[in-house]
Design a binder for this molecule. Structure first.
Ligand SMILES: Nc1nc2c(c(=O)[nH]1)N[C@H]1C(S)=C(S)[C@@H](COP(=O)(O)O)O[C@H]1N2
Ligand SMILES: [Mo]
Length: 389
């Protein structure tokens, strides 16, 4: 530690009691500390995401602006959007969900049929597995309440055949994809094991944040797979098919594949995995200043969160206070840290989440992140830069 770091920590120690008391008053007791308070000002990060370049611009639409984070539920019009092909035009009246493949009784269901079934709701933070993997993609996460009907009883009704092991979810959206010389239309599709697909958490969802699902988020019907990366949550559902083999479509086996080059006893071993379950992650969202008091606010998600810690510059890891979301299994937790007496000048702020099993969100130089050759599943610790004037 350098002398500056030491004196900064000294300041933290000596100043913490009075400043914590003041900060409490300034940010308001009981009020959600992450929400914008009267008189509060957000200090913008020095590092801002790059502009989305033309090819990716067709895929990535809205992104979350972290500095604007002021509600635990992300309003639908601020919720990030990803669409690999064009958003399909679907006539909800004529639309039917087909369930087929290795079932005894294939089904064809209208939206009203689905709405007439038992309704459940889950608050789930979706993150795109590409988030933070590219310099222009840092706002690919959001938290919404999702309403719909559980998938498992429907598959049961369709009469699953004994040999069915895999469930494929086909979207209505289709693109031209090339494998060697074959350039063919391929629908967006993802699969899950039958066990995962029939989890009681898996929903066929027609509502988002208490309103009918909108086109950009998958209307009339999308899959909601709490605990999984965005890619698994297939929008614009067209049909569901039960198979007895792995499904090897583009978004399972060619794209959304994480490649790592690992060292094993002097050999380089290549490991490829299909993006699946979400990973433990956190992000500093914003630094708010209120009458000279500073507060760092952030979010943590991707696994059951036990704690969040924050590091300012090269200082010690400081415990954050979990402010909201503690009881919600699949939703992000908002956390805050009071930043007492920051010195003028540039600082870095890093956060790390710790899950209930004791796993720590990996540092950027952790082999799990450093051996990664593709940008998916970038759950390494995020460092933001800020200037205190
Ligand atoms: N049919 C279909 N579903 C899809 C996609 C898509 O391109 N087509 N993109 C996926 C990806 S990569 C993500 S991150 C999420 C994004 O969901 P959102 O746009 O509602 O935030 O949708 C997933 N579902
Ligand atoms: Mo994604």
């Amino acid at each position: 530690m350098d002398a500056r770091g030491m004196s900064r920590r000294e300041l933290l120690r000596t100043g913490s009691i009075t400043l914590a008391g003041l900060a409490f008053l300034r940010f308001g007791p009981g009020a959600a500390a992450f929400a914008a308070q009267p008189g509060e000002e957000v200090v913008p990060w020095l590092d801002q995401p790059a502009e989305v370049p033309p090819p990716a611009r067709d895929v990535i639409g809205t992104q979350l602006r972290w500095e604007e984070l002021d509600s635990w539920i992300t309003p639908t019009d601020r919720f990030f959007t990803v669409a690999h092909f064009k958003v399909p035009a679907i006539d909800a009246q004529a639309w039917r969900l087909r369930i087929g493949g290795l079932v005894n009784q294939p089904l064809s269901l209208s939206l009203d049929d689905l709405k007439a079934r038992p309704r459940t709701e889950v608050t789930f933070t979706i993150e795109c597995s590409g988030n933070n993997g590219l310099p222009f993609f840092t706002g690919g996460a959001g938290n919404a309440s999702w309403g719909g009907t559980p998938l498992a009883p429907l598959l049961e009704e369709a009469g699953l055949m004994e040999r069915g092991t895999e469930v494929v979810f086909f979207g209505t959206d289709t693109g031209e994809l090339e494998v060697r010389q074959a350039k063919l239309p391929e629908p967006f599709a993802r699969s899950m094991s039958l066990t995962d697909a029939t989890s009681p958490d898996t929903l066929l969802c027609y509502e988002m944040n208490g309103a009918p699902l909108v086109a950009s988020h998958g209307a009339p019907l999308r899959l909601i797979a709490p605990g999984w990366y965005g890619i698994a949550n297939v929008k614009w559902l067209d049909r569901i098919e039960v198979l007895d083999t792995r499904y090897m479509g583009n978004f399972m086996a060619r794209d959304y594949v994480t490649i790592r080059l690992e060292q094993q006893a002097g050999h380089t071993v290549r490991r490829e995995t299909s993006v699946g379950r979400a990973l433990l992650k956190s992000a500093p969202a914003k630094v708010a200043r209120n009458d000279g008091a500073y507060r760092i606010v952030g979010a943590a998600w991707g696994a059951p969160i036990d704690a969040v810690e924050v590091r300012i510059d090269n200082g010690d890891w400081l415990p954050a206070t979990i402010e909201q979301g503690a009881g919600d299994e699949f939703a992000w937790k908002f956390w805050t840290v009071d930043w007492s007496n920051p010195s003028r000048g540039e600082h870095t702020i890093t956060s790390r989440a710790i899950d209930t099993a004791g796993n720590v969100q990996p540092a950027m130089d952790d082999p799990r992140i450093a051996t990664k050759q593709t940008f998916w599943e970038s759950n390494g610790q995020i460092t933001r830069r800020i200037l205190i004037a």
